[in-house]
Design a protein around this ligand. Sequence first.
Ligand code: PMV
Length: 340
Amino acid sequence: MNEITWRSPSNIAIVKYWGKHGEQLPANPSISLTLSEAYTETSIAYQEGSGHIEFFFEGVKNDAFAARVTSFVSRLEQEMPSLAGLDFRIESSNSFPHSAGIASSASAMSALALCLGSVAAQVAGSMHEATDVSRVSHFARLGSGSAARSVAGPLMLWGETPALKGTSDEFAVVVDDVDSVFETYRDSILIVSDEEKQVKSSAGHALMNGHPYAQKRFELAGQRIAAILDILREGDVHAFGKLAEQEAMDLHAMMMTSTPPFLLMRPGTVSIIEALNAYRSDTGHPVYMTLDAGPNVHMLYPNEIAAQVLEWIESDLKKYCTGGKILHDKVGHGPKFITS
Ligand code: PMV
């Protein structure tokens, strides 16, 4: 059997993707920081066969995920016919604990898309599929929308916007014109709860269909994309943080005003946000937070103030984290080809 291995990171959205249509197309453009410490490593061993797929997560056979991968592969076969009829044995593991309550679909589906692109390239005798960022991003998007933004770094934008040339709803692009301070960003993820997500992503996106505030939300996200591109260019860390917090609150507001409504923050989330507001007004440090579709708080700050921020997190915020769990991540440069 031939084997291919890729390591692909997670990402954290600053302008959020929430709402979709058609075949995994976003209702609004989104932008994210590519992470580096939270990643999925996936190996695919393959041989000529009958299209049989076996999937192992951290050494344990997972038939439910094998079924999801089977439908993903059959979607990709339309574009990479050389995948047809191959048998796959897929092994996947995460660098972060399974129960960390952080979304793993971005890293998992991008690692898988990269592996399948490389397999198709090997079988067809060309490296095209595995090296073209927009093509791999497009494949990853079909697995999970946010995965489209994990195939390169340090920042990726997914969704068509007049604010940046070359953007598309089909794939994410690297944002080039960025002040170097953003490449030094840290993301300390404060794990308030490590329970399973209350709302799975696909059900969450569906809440935006017919949502009374949906149109305004999509419009605002589009405007914020234009604003953040200027902010990134200028290196304005306070404007960046303010926009990140506004987006986090909007995402949660959308869930609170859905039918049925969801409250994803926990008391610990609110305590951390209040402590952050006080810390910022005391110190003036550019530390801001964002939230995913859950209660955990992503603390975002530039590396030059890391020593002070880490000390504060340890002394004042750790008590709100379940089992004192905090994952320290930072901006990275995207996936790594491990071996073939
Ligand atoms: O990729 P999905 O379908 O799991 O959606 C991710 C949605 C958010 O994480 C809430 C926001 C985002 O843009 O990553």
